[in-house]
Design a protein around this ligand. Structure first.
Ligand SMILES: O=C(O)CCC(=O)C(=O)O
Length: 269
């Protein structure tokens, strides 16, 4: 069987850029299994489903941590897809844990950019062994796929944004710096931020460190619909990094720098 692990170049790129694409990592059968799971979640929204950025041109469906999805196919999917082995090699981690899923549906050709943000503004995480696994079911030119600010997972951690009120900081009393307006900067000068992005075909997977500034991926007349399943994983050096008011009572230890561990996150290897 072909070696589906990351190349040395992919390992270097992930550590340096905070993102890398694995072309054709998933077989057509694995893509079909992921799509079945995604479609079930769309048809059976969970308690955290929402319209992101309601009332704006960015508005689209999102769901996260749907508890019913686990037994409806996600458990089987997470164990069937090759991510534990791939990520162990990509990071150099002995162990791999699964965190959660999130899914996005941009439909109708008019949903604009997802604003650039860091997931580490919302999840109390630190360390290199983290990945969002971005799986899209359409054939996407790079302009419709996720974009990442190169190396930003190693840079400043910014204050988050309130989803339905973009200019408002998530933590008003925080000393975390305000999120820069990457979109406005790029509109003024496309070279103002160094971006990485790729086209994506069904079977391709884009790995993004959740501390990296990422966003973009609008739909348009050429690519009217984008359906994306994101699976999140972490490894040995993932640690807890307290964030204002973010309480994860199920963690084994919520002190600064403690290993990021909880019985609710399944260990895959
Ligand atoms: O696909 C998108 O529109 C956003 C993806 C994202 O923010 C994430 O994977 O954390």
């Amino acid at each position: 069987m072909a070696n589906l692990g990351p190349t040395e170049d992919q390992k270097r790129r992930y550590a340096r850029d905070g993102a890398v694409k694995a072309q054709g990592l998933l077989s057509p059968a694995q893509v079909a299994q992921a799509r079945t799971c995604y479609d079930w979640a769309i048809a059976n929204p969970g308690p955290h489903a929402l319209i992101l950025y309601p009332g704006t041109p960015r508005a689209h469906h999102c769901d996260v941590r749907n508890p019913a999805l686990w037994n409806a196919g996600l458990d089987a999917l997470v164990h069937a897809l090759p991510f534990a082995e791939y990520l162990a090699e990509l990071w150099g981690s002995e162990h791999v844990w699964y965190l959660a899923e999130e899914l996005f549906a941009k439909e109708g050709g008019k949903v604009t950019n997802t604003p650039w943000h860091q997931d580490s503004s919302y999840i109390p995480l630190r360390g290199g062994h983290w990945a969002n696994v971005w799986i899209s079911f359409e054939s996407l030119p790079a302009r419709n796929a996720i974009s990442v600010v190169r190396g930003s997972h190693r840079g400043t951690r910014y204050n988050g944004i309130v989803h339905d009120n973009l200019p408002a900081p998530l933590y008003p009393d925080s000393d975390l710096p305000r999120l820069p307006d990457v979109e406005a900067d790029l509109a003024r000068d496309p070279a103002s931020w160094e971006m990485v992005s790729w086209n994506s075909e069904p079977g391709d997977v884009i790995f993004v460190h959740p501390g990296a500034l990422h966003g973009g991926a609008p739909v348009d007349a050429v690519t009217p619909d984008r359906h994306t399943l994101v699976l999140r994983f972490f490894g040995d050096d993932a640690t807890y990094d307290p964030l204002h008011g973010v309480d994860l009572p199920w963690m084994v230890d919520q002190t600064d720098g403690a290993p990021f561990r909880s019985p609710i996150y399944p260990q895959l290897r």
